[in-house]
Design a protein around this ligand. Sequence first.
Ligand code: SAH
Length: 396
Amino acid sequence: MKAIILKRGREKSLMRRHPWIFSGAIAGIEGHPRAGETVDILAAEGAILGRGAYSPRSQMTVRVWSFDPQEEITSAFFADRLSRAAEARGALAAGEGPPGVRLVNAESDGLPGIIVDRYGEYLVAQFLTTGAEYWKATVVEELVRLDGISGVYERSDADVREKEGLPKLAGVLAGAEPPDLVEIREGPCRFLVDVKRGHKTGFYLDQRENRAAIAEFARGAVMLNCFSYTGGFGIAALAAGAASATNVDSSAPALALARRNAELNGIDEALLENVEGDAFTVMRRWRDEGRMFDVIVLDPPKFAESKANLSRASRGYKDINLLAFRLLGPGGILFTFSCSGLMSAELFQKIVSDAALDAGCEAQIIRRLAQASDHPTLLSFPESSYLKGFICRVMR
Ligand code: SAH
């Protein structure tokens, strides 16, 4: 038997169905499990509490597959979890045109380390932990059975793999190789997704609902889309009648794709401006020039990577929000986001509030935003709720 035995009293988080077991909670390891192998999780008194994947190199020594002591971790287990996760997204995948939807959201779908995004007829998967890597072939075998799928592509080239002692990998796992650009629909828009070289699995599906929300504020607006990536928010705004959209991003390939996305949506190219550069520098320049916008989106990358750099990250968020408030007049609308899991909504609100104060603006939060419904948060695992945002309206 391969098992880990918890220290006395350390079963509490497990009883609350939290899926991570840290090395400090473990009293002993039996049966010499290899990386990724399934271990029984035993309380100090010997009761079996569930089963999980063993990860010797990570601080999270075990990630729980099942809290049910009766449940064996087999291919049937993965078939069941995967089909439930995919079924739960049925409505998002149905309808006209090729879907872009997250089918499997790791821990929150009971599958730690496994991310699966669907772009049209292709699945793009990430296997981020030793347990996920161990079961990869089984998972892929189940994924190809899903309706309407012609290929599975791997994008396990994320940095977190290194913490697990795993190499970065990318390439075809099964079926057909996706083309360089895969088209998806999102609301009234279409987007081209670079699944092989784009960020993450190619597209920020987590912002789907928030891109849709911009339509309400877009008509006639001069819009600034900071940290635009491939132009999502800008195209959603233009499709909803914005007067113009200006994308700012440091990535030239992302901006090139933003231009193609505008074309794909039949948007007059004169309405779209692309600015390659550092958003901080560009916004500072426009502040000095007195350039103004009606609607601004700030969707920066994760500034806070660890608790140690949270205060530095906070200054970054404060700076860009301050600049954004300077570029908005009364009635202006700011969509502002933080995708740092370590940044709480409370702290983020305080930062945005301080930014408005320093900019000499009075502003309201008119809506709170979060990640889309296909990126669910398991109630017992609040860590998976990472994206937070506010729609703010400038009063004066
Ligand atoms: N809003 C986008 C996703 C943004 S992801 C969407 O809906 O698809 C964050 C983006 O910020 C990435 O495209 C990255 O290239 C860009 N980025 C990172 N640092 C930057 C900086 N200092 N200035 C401008 N862009 C930056």
